[in-house]
Design a protein around this ligand. Structure first.
Ligand code: ADP
Ligand code: MG
Length: 904
């Protein structure tokens, strides 16, 4: 392996000690960008400097003393914003700080790595508070891809959320990794050469995979870190529940975070640093709920739209506007990522929503009280990680002040035998009022980020602080008194007591008055027009004043740290409270959607029928104003009488919409939410599959047909009778006959073998024949009406197959020229008479279309010959003297012919 540039440079004997110090760090972190504190800047050197200059658009300079040394730096106070940019580019940044006062250093200042910030561990103070940022760790067992055991842990440093699960096989691992949507994954017991590593990096593009080894994340280090953090008992319990791989992954995530983030000497810390908010490891089962794979999440646009990747237009966007707090926002996203299957849990959520819905006044008060509720979880994270200032404590206090009223509204609602079990449990969350009282007594309303600022604490809160504050202020008054006395005593009316950083306090006398200066004055400095003196008394007073100030700062810090540890001692309660408020917020959101948009409580059951009356698409409904037409609700029924529904209808009629809305309603129902319909009965679903034909999807590099077939294969393999499958125009990616044959076989297999509830939208009208000899296959189509030469979309789902495809009419709506449309109609009619209507729709690919297409004159001369204008143009073309025309003349002739056609 070739030497890394840092190693090569480190070998240079002519290095200055400082560069030696820098390069030693860089050699230990070759993959990361090293930012090295010098004075007021964080600097990068050599190749890193060039890299940073380009990435951050900052100036590349070189050190004057060592001319070839390239250097680029960012001011220390702006570090956060530059960090965020480097992290967003997927970089890891190593921060090297001066850990001793340069003034006191003998020789080179001692510097150390105080933080390693990576995409998964960066807590961006400016990040979207509703988004989560997990560091993931995976530990892999041995064995073949399909059966290989894995353990997975996810740790979010900002909130302390920590969870782990386990599973088997590559598919389910990728699925879960995808769902957690992380920017960084630690791969334990996996070498970079392992084929699984390649599979991971291909499937999770843009995610940083690291392969840490050795002391930090090794098995023992991880276990030790876990035990220290959660207690040996909790570790044993986790091992019992999840097995050794998950525990190893959890250990790796924890010790990696602790090791990289918790240096006690980091200069920007405002208090002691720990991971105290990581106080629980939650074991979960990824397959326990309603299954949704990556393809379904993408096609159904649950979190972002497929085309633009925008939040706006996604299901989450359409509902989370009704959530009031960022804690609630995060929980709602989580519920959407993990819909349930457990009927009891779903019903408990529904009952909570129902209870709120039945008490509209209480709901209003709750929502009002939740508006802008400070994010307890994140604030707590800042506190324990040493990054909270007084302003953060004030915000925490603000949240705690609101909590009791919110919880008591809920307590009232859930009182009595019939009350909602969930609401009752939430109303019993710890209110943390002693902490609130302490914070109230201590902190004044002065919102500062600096704990040592004057006025952070309430006067009267701490006698010792009050005394030193007094002294410090008093001292200044006494200086003024001293000045007045000295003027009197010396008769120098212009005598001044002044202060500067170098000399401290001094008395200044102008040259003209020097003869009046008494003996006890000690000369300190001569200026052009004045002399500066001190006196014994002045010095004594100065010591008092500075000492008082120092004591004030010290006392403020003591008090502040006491507040921080008070908060830190309550993380478990605070975290319960914050979870309770988040959950409440989500119920209030569901209730509000029901209230505002007429969503209803679906009745869930263990049977297989899916019955939706007047169902709507939640996103289109929310976008109704921009739709240009009112949204038309639809009924839909699947079950034993109809396990496979073949959906036909022209393009743009609304097939995809009705299918997606069905899946979205099913997902919402499994989250415990109400649904956009007049009535809904929904049998428990174990998994929602979707497959959207190539034409409806952006290509992803791979041949779209391959993608389509791979995903279809996955559906056929893992669907069950309880699954809901949406197939939207599959088979499009290949020639017509191939596509039709595959679609046909897939439909048959789903019906005959799998028995899943399937909605199959297709442009292959042949498929409608399946209903003839199969009991559970039903044809439906979306109605259109033909009026005055153009079609009108009715958006209504009705029985039976559509009798024709209206392709030509849709093309007309799209603005295809009249001549082309006429010719298309002509060809269509000819094909229909030759091959029979059902085949003419679809069974001919382009080639045969041209070879079989009859000449216009033979087909229907009387009705549809070329028009007047077309005939004219054709004859002009025939007669055009090509050999004699210049290019310009030829062009002019073309223009004029086009004019003739357009004038038609
Ligand atoms: P198809 O899949 O049949 O080609 P889509 O489902 O993509 O059609 O629908 C096309 C457009 O028609 C949608 O983007 C939407 O604007 C509109 N649309 C679909 N269904 C409805 C409906 N029920 N009510 C109102 N507009 C609808
Ligand atoms: Mg469609």
């Amino acid at each position: 392996m070739s030497l890394h540039w840092a190693e090569a440079r480190l070998a240079d004997p002519g290095l200055t000690p400082m560069l030696h110090q820098y390069l030693s760090v860089k050699v230990a972190h070759p993959e990361a960008i090293v930012l090295f504190r010098m004075g007021d800047f964080y600097e990068a050197f050599f190749e890193d400097a060039e890299d940073c200059a380009e990435r951050l658009n900052i100036t590349l300079t070189s050190r004057s003393k060592e001319r070839e040394v390239k250097m680029a730096g960012v001011p220390h106070h702006a570090l956060d914003s530059y960090l965020a940019r480097l992290i967003a580019q997927g970089q890891t940044v190593v921060i090297v700080d001066q850990v001793e006062d340069p003034k006191q250093a003998k020789g080179l200042v001692r510097r150390e790595v105080t933080r390693v910030v990576s995409p998964g561990t960066y807590v961006d103070p400016e990040a979207d508070p509703r988004a989560q940022n997990f560091l993931l760790a995976v530990a892999l067992g041995k064995g073949k891809a399909a059966r290989r055991a894995w353990g997975l842990a996810a740790l979010e440093l900002g909130t302390g959320e920590f969870r782990a699960c386990r599973g088997e096989g590559q598919v389910s691992l990728l699925d879960e990794l995808h769902r957690l949507n992380s920017k960084e994954i630690l791969c334990c017991r996996l070498s970079e050469e392992d084929p699984l590593a390649a599979a991971l990096s291909e499937a999770l593009s843009g995610v940083r995979l690291s392969f840490p080894e050795g002391a930090v994340v090794g098995k023992d280090a991880g276990r030790a870190a876990l035990s220290a953090q959660l207690g040996a008992q909790a570790v044993a319990a986790a091992e019992q529940a999840l097995g050794p791989l998950a525990v190893e992954a959890a250990g790796a995530a924890l010790s990696f975070s602790a090791h990289t983030q918790l240096h006690p000497e980091a200069p920007d810390l405002k208090g002691p640093v720990s991971l105290g908010h990581v106080c629980r490891l939650r074991a979960y089962q990824p397959g326990g709920g309603l299954g949704l794979d990556a393809a379904a999440r993408t096609h159904l646009e649950l979190f972002r739209t497929q085309r633009e990747g925008a939040r706006r237009g996604s299901l989450l966007w359409s509902i989370d506007g009704e959530v009031q707090s960022s804690m609630g926002g995060r929980l709602l996203a989580e519920w959407l990522a993990y819909p349930l299957q457990d009927m009891e849990a779903i019903t408990a959520r529904q009952e909570a929503v129902q209870a709120l819905l039945q008490a509209p006044l209480a709901l209003d008060r709750l929502r009002e009280g939740m508006k802008g509720l400070p994010d307890i979880q994140r604030l707590m994270g800042r506190v324990v990680m040493g990054r909270a200032g007084p302003r953060d404590l004030l915000r925490l206090r603000g949240a705690l002040e609101r909590a009791p009223e919110l919880l008591s509204i809920v307590a009232e609602l859930s009182a009595g035998e019939q009350g909602s079990v969930r609401l009752k449990a939430l109303s019993e969350a710890p209110r943390c009022q002693p902490l609130q009282a302490t914070l109230r007594a201590a902190l004044s309303e002065e919102a500062s980020t600096d704990p040592t600022a004057v006025g952070v604490f309430q006067p009267g809160f701490d006698a010792a602080l009050d005394r030193v504050v007094d002294l410090a202020q008093n001292g200044k008054a006494r200086m003024l008194e001293l000045e007045a006395r000295e003027r009197e005593a010396t008769g120098i009316s212009k005598l001044k007591v002044r202060h500067n950083k170098v000399f401290g306090y001094f008395i200044e006398v102008t040259k003209a008055n020097l003869r009046l200066v008494p003996e006890r004055y000690i000369r300190k400095q001569t200026m052009v027009n004045a002399e500066r003196f001190i006196t014994e008394e002045l010095k004594a007073l100065e010591i008092e004043v500075t000492e008082a100030e120092e004591r004030r700062v010290r006392r403020s810090l003591e008090l502040f740290e006491a507040m921080l540890s008070e908060v830190a001692s309550q993380v478990a309660e605070l975290s319960q409270l914050s979870q309770a408020l988040a959950e409440l917020d989500v119920y209030a959101c569901f209730a509000r959607l029901a209230e505002r948009r007429g969503w209803v409580r679906p009745s869930l059951h263990e049977g297989s029928e899916l019955e939706i009356e007047e169902g709507r698409h939640p996103v289109l409904e929310a976008l109704a104003d921009t739709l240009g037409e009112p949204f038309v609700p639809n009924d839909l029924k699947l079950g034993d009488l109809c396990r496979l529904m073949i959906l036909t209808g022209p393009n743009m009629a609304g097939k995809s919409t009705v299918m997606r809305q069905t899946a979205l309603i099913v997902i919402l129902a499994h989250m415990g939410a109400f649904v956009p319909a007049r009535r809904a009965r929904i049998g428990r679903v174990d998994r929602v599959f979707t497959r959207v034909g190539a034409s409806d999807e952006l290509t992803r590099g791979m041949s779209t047909f391959m993608v389509e077939m791979t995903e279809t294969a996955a559906i056929l393999q893992s669907a069950t009778r309880r699954s809901l499958i949406l197939l939207d125009e599959i088979g499009r990616g290949t020639s017509t006959f191939d596509g039709l044959s595959i679609a046909w076989a897939v439909a048959e297999h789903l019906h005959d073998q799998v028995g899943a509830l399937t909605l199959f939208a297709t442009h292959y009208h042949e498929l409608t024949q399946l209903a003839r000899d199969r009991k559970g296959v039903i044809n439906q189509h979306i109605a259109v009406k033909q009026g005055e030469g153009k079609i009108v979309f009715l958006r209504k789902l009705v029985d039976g197959p559509t009798e024709r495809s209206y392709g030509v009419e849709v093309a007309k709506l799209a603005g295809l020229p009249a001549g082309v449309l006429r010719r298309a109609r002509q060809v269509l009619r000819a094909l229909e008479s030759e091959a029979g209507p059902s085949q003419a729709h679809a069974s001919l690919d382009q080639l045969s279309l041209f070879s079989k297409a009859p000449a216009p004159a033979q087909a229907e001369p009387a009705v549809e010959g070329p028009s007047e204008a077309e005939r004219e143009v054709l004859s002009r073309l025939r007669e055009l003297p090509m050999d004699e025309l210049s290019a310009r003349e030829a062009l002019a002739a073309l223009w004029s012919m086009q004019d003739v056609l357009r004038g038609e």
